[in-house]
Structures are given as C-alpha cells and as structure tokens.
Ligand binder design. Structure first.
Ligand SMILES: [Zn+2]
Length: 335
C-alpha cells in the first residue's frame, strides 16, 4: 500500500510538471469568456435567441478546455501549434491537411508540436453533426469548446515554440499579452462593434490563414517587448499586488499601457477577429446542418449537458482547485 501522503505528493508533482511544461493559457479566463460571450451577438436572428438563452453556459464553459489540460494528457496539443518547428514562414513544408501531414511527419510528431488547426476542424464536424441531430446539450458544449480553440489559434504565442518567452529571457510575456492587456483595456477602451457572422466556405483554410497571421505576429510580440524593456527602467515595469496576504510581482499598469500602445492595437484586433471567427464557425456549422429550427430543441437541464465524466464540471473544478493549490505550494517552495 502506498501511504496517502505519498499519493498526494505524487499527484501534486504531476500537476507541477504539467504547469512547467505548458505554462501558458491563451487569452486567460477573462479573455476566453469575453470572446465566447460577444460572439453570440454576431449571430443571425434564427440562432441568437437560443444562444442568448444559454449565454451563461457559453460564457462560463469557454474555459473548460484549459481546465481539462490539467487532467488529460492529450488535451494540451489541441491548443497550439509550434509551427516554427517546421521551417520558415509561410511553412510550405507542413501540409495543411491532417492526413497529408500525418503521412509526412507521423501522428506522434504532430501531437508533440501541437494540432490546433486540425482539432478545430474535428470540432467543426462534431458541431455540424450535433446541429443535424438537434442535440441541444452537444450543441452547447461543442460551441463553448470550439470557441476556445478558435480563440487560441488567434494568439501569436500559440503559434510559436517560444510560447512564454522562455527562449529569449521574457518569461511571463504570454500572460502579459493575452491576460494583462485585455483585463486592463477591453471593457474600458476597446471597440467590439463587429460585423455579423458570415458563412465560411472552407473552415480549414480560414483557420490556417489566421494561424499564419499569429505565427508572423509572434516575432512582433517578442521583439516589441524586448525593445521596450530596454527603454523602461525595471522598477517601472513591475508592481506588487497583494494576493492571499502576499505581495506578488506583476507587470505594472504603466508598462502594460506602454506595451499595448507599442503593439499598435494588435491585441484588440486579435480579440475582435477571434469573436468574429467564433461566430462564423457556429453559423457555418448550423448552415451545413440544414439550418435546424433551434426554438424546437428540447429544454436543457444541467444533467444532460455532459455525460462524459472527464467533462463534468465537478471533476474539472476539482482539478482546477488542485492546480491552484499546487501552484501556491510551488510559489512558496521557490521563495
Ligand atoms: Zn487554451
């Protein structure tokens, strides 16, 4: 029998290993919820009424895929593509279709460097099927999930192996770009009047286009911060915030505003494009399913939203709490 204490230490170690190997969470919880919520308002009248009724679910579950990363090994690669592993922009060596890419590189290699464009395609097919089956619970769950992956594909550092600036001495830049900036400015200063959702003829091509934009922007995200960090004195780059009774170092408001300005609206633009893309993918799946009448869908109960135990909110909530606990233990260890 393994003593319970050892089991707990083992579990915490596992979580810490996960945290270290993939420390970045695209858009942060704030951004993902914001994107899914705002996408609803771009939908046509035949869809918006039903989606609005379920706006809390679509918003709150925008972060489920990140919660799953703590407990399912196969989840991580669905959020990114280290595209620079495959050569130089525009990466002609990497086939855009999954079957061609598997043939050239093997599935193991692709999984090792991220699969986000192909996973969005899988989710799109599942969402189309859910609309065809008129399965309200599945439509909701997959809509929330695919919104997350599409938004991830818009984050430049999700298309780069230097995803948290770890190769260039810029650790923390991932959260700086995708969490600190939107949390400070999205509601106060940015514009989210975006045109209505449109039908996407080829969702895979669309995803690749956005992902290549992310890949090319990743260099800017890193180089602009590097240049700024050399100009601004270090004591003005950071501030300390009280969390759980302790002072935690973070980027200062002053430095966050400077960085956003230097990026010339990039974060706002990528957020707008994410919102538009999410709405377009939902709309396209609905059209491809024959435009089912959503007002005839059976009412939802919390119990029929998910039958898969690994997807249940309780399980995910537990894993999330454990991660936070482990993170705290880790932070204390580092002091
Ligand atoms: Zn993610």
């Amino acid at each position: 029998m393994i003593p319970i204490k050892h089991k707990i230490i083992f579990a915490l170690t596992l979580i810490l290993v996960c945290l270290h190997s993939q420390p970045s969470w695209a858009w942060g919880f704030y951004g993902h919820k914001f994107i899914n919520r705002h996408a609803i308002f771009l939908l046509p009248p035949e869809m918006i009424v039903w989606y609005k009724k379920n706006i809390d679910y679509i918003t709150n579950h925008a972060v489920d895929p990140d919660k799953r990363r703590n407990m399912l090994a196969y989840e991580g690669p669905r959020h990114y593509l280290d595209i620079d592993h495959y050569g130089k922009y525009p990466y002609p060596n990497l086939p855009r279709r999954w079957s061609d890419a598997v043939q050239k590189y093997t599935q193991d290699t692709l999984q090792a460097h991220g699969i986000v464009p192909w996973w969005i395609q899988v989710m799109q097919q599942k969402l189309t099927q859910a609309f065809k089956d008129k399965d309200a619970a599945k439509i909701l769950k997959i809509s929330a999930d695919i919104g997350h992956y599409i938004a991830d594909a818009h984050v430049p550092l999700h298309a780069s192996s230097n995803h948290n600036g770890q190769l260039t001495g810029q650790q923390g830049i991932h959260g700086f770009w995708e969490s600190s900036i939107p949390e400070l400015l999205a509601e106060k200063e940015w514009d989210f009047f975006i045109g209505p959702a449109e039908y996407i003829k080829n969702p895979l091509d669309f995803t690749w286009k956005r992902l290549l934009e992310s890949a090319i922007a990743a260099d800017t995200v890193l180089s602009v911060e590097k240049a700024l960090s050399l100009k601004v004195p270090t004591d003005q780059q950071y501030s300390f915030k009280k969390r759980n009774g302790k002072a935690v170092k973070q980027y200062s408001t002053y430095y966050t505003i400077l960085y956003n300005k230097a990026l010339q609206g990039m974060v706002e633009r990528r957020m707008q494009q994410s919102i538009y893309a999410v709405a377009c993918f939902w709309y396209t799946a609905w059209v491809n399913a024959g435009q089912p009448n959503l007002s005839l869908l059976s009412p939802l109960t919390t119990s029929n939203v998910s039958n898969n135990p690994s997807d249940s909110l309780d399980v995910m909530q537990d894993a999330w709490q454990q991660t936070k606990l482990a993170q705290r233990v880790h932070e204390e260890d580092e002091k």
